[in-house]
Design a protein around this ligand. Sequence first.
Ligand code: GLN
Length: 447
Amino acid sequence: KAVLSQIEEKEDMYHCYVTVDKEGALAQAAAVQKKIDEGFESPLAGVPVAIKDNMCTEGLLTTCSSKILGNFVPTYSSEAVLNLKRAGAVILGKTNMDEFAMGSTTETSAFGATKNPWNTKHVPGGSSGGSAAAVAAKECFYALGSDTGGSIRQPASFCGVVGLKPTYGTVSRYGLIAYGSSLDQIGPLCKDVTDCATIMEVISSYDPKDSTSVKRADTDFTSALKDDVKGMRIGLPKDYFGQGLDPEVKSAVQKAAKVLKEKGALVEEFDLGLLEYAIPTYYTIASAEASSNLERFDGIKYGYRTESYEGLHNMYKKSRSEGFGPEVKRRIMLGSFVLSSGYYDAYYLKALKAKALIKKAFDEAFARYDVILGPVAPTTAPGLGESLSDPIKMYLGDIYTISINLAGLPGLSMPCGLDTRGLPIGLQLIGDCFQEKKLIQTAYAYE
Ligand code: GLN
């Protein structure tokens, strides 16, 4: 009830949600209370959560913030949502996002932009901007987001909350509407590192319904909540502190590294390399996968269908032309181009080779370091409207987050200060595959 009244009070100002399920949330809460009275125990029992609107929720509108799914009510729930429900979570509603998770500001949503609760003239980041803003505005206790190239970590950073993109395969993608399937991963956005570890324990699971799901025996993430980084080897990639990084962000992140050093971590600079290839590689692969994944939205099986048409092909064409927004169309065109015969070898195949090299560079780094530390984004939250006119500039803002998805690694974003305008600055901790616990331990010690 407290969180619903907060939504009532603040939602007009911030627009974090696409759908608020007030009646449903109250009914779920009453049902969980009954179970608790009968002895049910879980750290998340009765705690209200917001879900990014690209995760299917049975009986509840799931739009991907797109007109093409504007009327889509799934008949099943995603596995991550089911894991939360089994733990007694109360689903409050669905949060706003960039259309199909394509964007870095939540402004490509077909339902209007979300505002940053720290300063409503600024974006909350994206694509999970609704989830991050809802946590920052206390319109939920925690939220789920998805991260294909930074979409959990970057909005967490812009909104001053904690976000974790787990190792690829840790959280089931079943029921997550696909953007770049080889990169997509669900994770928490929350107030602090303790919440992050607690939520991760609940949402991580092996799921045969997701063919890339991994069986892990080490998902006792809360065991890593230790205020101790003595001997932790932390590497600072010089390339992450070079040209293009805002000086205020740089100094806040360097200060955070110093705090960890004072606590006993071994902090050292090193050359990671290949950073210049991250953006072209990511946008080639992500767009290629998106163009294929979005073929299913054809106006037939579900979602939006154009009102008048002549014949099947015209119906496809009009439904897709009217249903998708400009950023999504740009990616579909780019993706179709790089996959087309004659260009496949020159672009898509080359991007896959670059991806393998990026992974190798991280493998070599993790032979020497437990954790890599750097900024989440080159700047703090841009002003509303600044990014929409210049997509390339927006893509450049993903420079520090996208390699982590290409390599399948876990990455954690947490607050490390404010800039002179009072906007949050984010710190990113990157780990080797399956080393979330080292990230959680380092983050907890810093926090
Ligand atoms: N900004 C990136 C993109 O537009 C990342 C988005 C994401 O992680 N979903 O692709």
